[in-house]
Design a protein around this ligand. Structure first.
Ligand SMILES: Nc1c(NC[C@H](O)[C@H](O)[C@H](O)CO)[nH]c(=O)[nH]c1=O
Ligand SMILES: CC(=O)[C@@H](O)COP(=O)(O)O
Length: 296
């Protein structure tokens, strides 16, 4: 009896009439939805996922996701690829072989040529799980990505607002330290000071159009006051930096804090929430390298 039980259990027949088979349960147990993406054996061991029963999925099942949600991204750094493929595979429960309309259980498989697959989880409104592989599933594509290590010869403009200088000086310091850490030469960095964040975009555009810079880093701190002035300045700075980059054809990186109070701002200028100046300097390096080496 015990052997029969074990046999049925491991054949996946156990309780299949209740739609609760061993594989379905294992899938749930090991699902990243349950324990967080980094504990998922399918993610940790892509080859294991590869070895699972051959799925019946077509190219149409591979959804290219332009963006990973921050919460679901195991490594959310500018240096990780933004493209991802979500692969839908069929459910392995015995019942589902008869009822293909059931929501498929997701497993990601990575091509063996994928150098370092990063995976993340996307959960839709119904709670159906879908694994998102940050490395594209299709082989043979070209992936262009800036490098953080090959910074030789890259030139940067930094536009920094003096308004809320106590904050922007810290952001600038973080950015300059990052440039130094990533071997950007001091003589390749030009810092332009402007009165406030509202003035950043026009200066960024002007710098970009000189053609002398690979990227422009824009630094400012907009802190909410009593009136709606905050919204005007914050929105103008954001859309202005975007337009500057688009019109100059040079990456203009948004390192402008938009905070409710000074505490929030200081926390992001070297306090407990890191230094956004340093973070955005990394983005500037990656974008500069991307444009210099791949998109020019
Ligand atoms: N309130 C903040 C400003 N305001 C100043 C504007 O940016 C601008 O200089 C002025 O309106 C003249 O055009 N700037 C910030 O950077 N941060 C603020 O919180
Ligand atoms: C965002 C600002 O410009 C801010 O200093 C304005 O403060 P207030 O709204 O109190 O005038």
């Amino acid at each position: 009896m015990a052997f029969l039980f074990i046999y049925l259990f491991f054949r996946g027949k156990w309780l299949s009439f209740l739609e609760f088979d061993r594989l379905a349960w294992l899938n749930l147990k090991f699902s990243p939805h349950f324990f967080g993406a980094k504990f998922s054996p399918h993610i940790r061991d892509p080859e294991r996922a590869e070895r699972r029963p051959s799925p019946r999925y077509s190219q149409a099942d591979i959804l290219v996701q332009p963006k990973l949600s921050a919460a679901a991204t195991p490594m959310s750094s500018p240096s990780y690829p933004a493209t991802a493929a979500a692969v839908k595979l069929p459910c392995y429960s015995p019942r589902s072989r008869l009822h293909h309309s059931r929501t498929p259980k997701p497993v990601v498989s990575f091509p063996s040529s994928t150098p370092s697959p990063h995976a993340a989880l996307a959960v839709n409104a119904r709670g159906a799980r879908r694994l998102v592989a940050a490395s594209a599933a299709a082989a043979g594509h070209r992936r262009l990505m800036g490098s953080l290590t090959n910074t030789e010869g890259l030139k940067f403009g930094v536009v920094v607002a003096r308004f809320n200088e106590i904050v922007t000086n810290l952001l600038l310091q973080g950015a300059l330290e990052t440039f130094q850490r990533y071997s950007v030469k001091e003589e390749n960095i030009t810092v332009v000071s402007v009165p406030g964040s509202f003035e950043i975009p026009v200066a960024a555009q002007k710098l970009g159009k000189t053609g002398d810079f690979d990227a422009i880093l824009c630094i400012g701190a907009v802190i909410r006051g009593d009136t709606t002035h905050y919204d005007a300045v914050a929105n103008s700075a954001a859309s202005g930096v975007l337009s500057a980059g688009l019109s100059a054809g040079v990456p203009c990186v948004f390192g402008v804090l938009t905070c409710d109070d000074m505490d929030q701002a200081l926390n992001r200028a070297g306090g407990k929430a890191g230094n956004k100046g340093a973070e955005t300097a990394l983005t500037a390096i990656e974008m500069a390298s991307l444009f210099r080496h791949h998109l020019s």
